[in-house]
Design a protein around this ligand. Structure first.
Ligand code: NZQ
Ligand code: ZN
Length: 391
């Protein structure tokens, strides 16, 4: 294992009805004027937005509304949000939604507190120096942004989707009621479960560092999500399954399942998906499922030991004739799990068919012109081969 820093400052309130406490929580932190940020309309249709606004009003908290965040959130709305927060002198941002709304809120927070153009933090030109506080009412278990240090934005003009990781943006509080996720379309539930599992897989496949406890936590988390996801396919209103998936979503991406690992994981499937998402605007979880198997088979020779441990410890694969066979059976079982959630396991099943030129471009951008990855050292050509294998 390697030394690590585990920082999870978010105040989590979890369970039925916790969103009703939003007024007292926000005013308890001393905020009296806030931005309420949300997505394309699910929070209006479910009545959640109205309930939240009533609670804010009764606690004496003033607010300005900014809706319209789309999945793969856009820099243009972030810039608009920064303008509103500055003009209205707002003190914090309340995100009501999932990863897209939370990430848009974090980007607005960076822009207000750090100044300049917020894309600089995503393009890597500058590091943020501050972030306005962000609070969350979570409506989808997936990205884990409610406790994570990252946010992912799409620059629609540059056709780029990039992440920025910095502890400054970890949310101040997260109100997590599993019942709020029961209105999700089945496809989004599946995308969410896939993303949650993937956040621990990205950390698992890492040469050169781990600890038994971290492996045990990750294995328990992944197995729990796999079991709960199967329940939700049949019974989307099952509270226990919703609750397990929701809490797993936070723990899978707040750093816990990366403690002791080198550089906190591999992240190549994620980075390759971000390139696909930038061009084709696909759902993040589905994009990950479409790419993971091809990535896994490609890097297997460089990281066989971790694949064998994954297959045997997480997926109960009996030892086969060779380590490679054991590992391959683990990959097959993982893909079968994705398919059981109606997730794609190829780009064709995802509904996209990138051209040769697009695959070369995505591989180039993803590699940054160098070598990337912790499960294997991959250059631009390797990434192109993985895209090609995923077709
Ligand atoms: O916009 P509305 O109408 O709210 O609809 C959303 C959206 O269409 C809908 N939805 C959310 N809660 C609902 C609901 N529909 C009915 N009932 C509810 N209770 O679900 C759709 C997807 O929402 P979104 O927020 O996009 O989902 P998710 O949480 O998966 O976030 C995806 C984004 O997060 C990024 C992804 O790249 C993607 O841009 N990620 C962020 C991370 C982070 N900040 O730490 C890490 C992740 O790896 C990921 O990259
Ligand atoms: Zn993800």
């Amino acid at each position: 294992m390697v030394n690590f820093n585990y920082y999870a400052p978010t105040n989590v309130l979890f369970g039925r009805g916790v969103e009703e406490q939003v007024g007292e929580i926000v005013s308890g932190y001393g905020f009296s004027r806030i931005l309420v940020h949300f997505g394309g309309g699910s929070v209006k249709r479910s009545g959640l937005l109205d309930r939240v606004l009533a609670r804010l009003e009764s606690a004496g908290v003033g607010y300005v509304l900014l809706g319209g965040v789309v999945p793969n959130p856009r820099i243009s709305l972030v810039r608009e949000g920064i303008g509103i927060v500055k003009k209205e002198k707002l003190q914090m941002i309340l995100a009501i939604g999932g990863g897209s709304v939370i990430d848009s809120s974090k980007a607005i927070g960076y822009g207000v507190a750090s100044g300049g153009d917020p894309w600089d933090f995503y393009s890597g030109k500058r590091k943020p120096t501050g972030c306005l506080p962000v609070g969350v009412i979570l409506t989808i278990a997936a990205a884990g942004s409610e406790m994570s240090n990252s946010s992912v934005l799409t620059n629609e003009e540059e056709v780029r989707k990039k992440g920025c990781s910095n502890d400054l943006c970890r949310p101040l509080f997260a109100l997590m009621n599993p019942e709020l996720t029961m209105t999700l379309p089945p496809y989004q539930t599946s995308c969410g479960c896939t993303d949650i599992v993937m956040h621990s897989l990205e950390r698992w496949f890492n040469r050169g560092g781990t600890m038994d406890l971290t492996d045990a936590l990750a294995a328990g988390l992944i197995r729990t999500v796999m079991r709960s996801a199967a329940v939700l396919m049949e019974h989307p209103d099952d509270y226990e399954a919703r609750a397990n998936v929701m809490w797993a979503g936070s723990l899978s991406h707040n750093g816990l399942t990366g403690c002791g690992g080198v550089g906190r994981g591999d992240w190549i499937t994620h980075n390759m998906e971000h390139e696909v998402g930038a061009i084709f605007d696909v759902s993040h979880g589905a994009g990950l499922a479409a790419l993971w198997g091809s990535w896994a088979r490609y890097v297997l020779p460089s990281c066989t030991e971790r694949f064998v441990k994954f297959a045997t410890m997480v997926l109960d694969v009996p030892q086969q004739e060779s380590d490679t066979e054991t590992a391959l059976e683990g990959i097959r079982r993982m893909e079968a799990f994705f398919r059981s959630l109606n997730m794609p396991t190829s780009l064709a099943e995802l509904g996209v068919s990138p051209t040769e030129e697009q695959m070369r471009l995505m591989a180039h951008k993803c590699s940054g012109g160098g070598t990337v990855g912790r499960a294997a050292d991959l250059d631009e050509n390797d990434l192109y081969n993985i895209y090609k294998a995923a077709l």
